[in-house]
Write a protein that binds this ligand. Structure first.
Ligand code: SF4
Ligand code: SF4
Length: 146
């Protein structure tokens, strides 16, 4: 998952709480932090350099923070899946193109939980962007064109 991404509107009253999932999934170039590796500044429950965190961290929000229709159970630290808007599909060398990617944090089994199943179905139904399911190096396009 590549940061940054424009801030956009956030769901009122919804906050990250103790979730720090994006501290693992995002690539933060300013810190030389690759995607998929927990940031060295993460304390386990928060950012250890919150006031001085890079702009890329401050600007990025997952889709759970942006879309009110996604249930509370889908908060990434609860569901194990982070949904984000990305600039290019998962996979090395993929051409640029906006898409929605749901990434499992620790296990592909998180994709089987009802909240993730329903969220993928909702994004596919809505249909405006390609929807990808990704875990580590594996990625599946959920709405391939015929
Ligand atoms: S993954 Fe979403 S809810 Fe979790 S810390 Fe990042 S923006 Fe907040
Ligand atoms: S700098 Fe802070 S907010 Fe940014 S990835 Fe690291 S721990 Fe997370």
């Amino acid at each position: 998952m590549t940061a940054p991404q424009g801030a956009g509107a956030l769901v009122p009253g919804r906050s990250c709480g103790s979730c720090t999932a994006c501290c693992k999934v995002l690539e933060i170039k300013a810190l030389d932090k690759p995607a998929g590796i927990l940031c060295r500044h993460n304390t386990g429950r928060a950012c250890g350099i919150y006031r001085e965190r890079p702009e890329a961290c401050a600007q990025w929000h997952c889709l759970w923070r942006r879309i009110a229709a996604l249930p509370d159970a889908l908060r990434p630290d609860r569901s194990g899946v982070v949904f984000g808007l990305e600039r290019r599909p998962p996979g090395a060398g993929a051409p640029e193109g906006a898409c929605i990617v749901g990434r499992a944090l620790d296990s592909e089994q998180a994709f089987d939980r009802w909240e993730a199943v329903e969220a993928f179905a909702m994004f596919v139904r809505e249909g405006s962007l390609p929807v990808w399911k990704a875990y580590e190096c594996n990625a599946t396009l959920m709405n391939p064109r015929p």
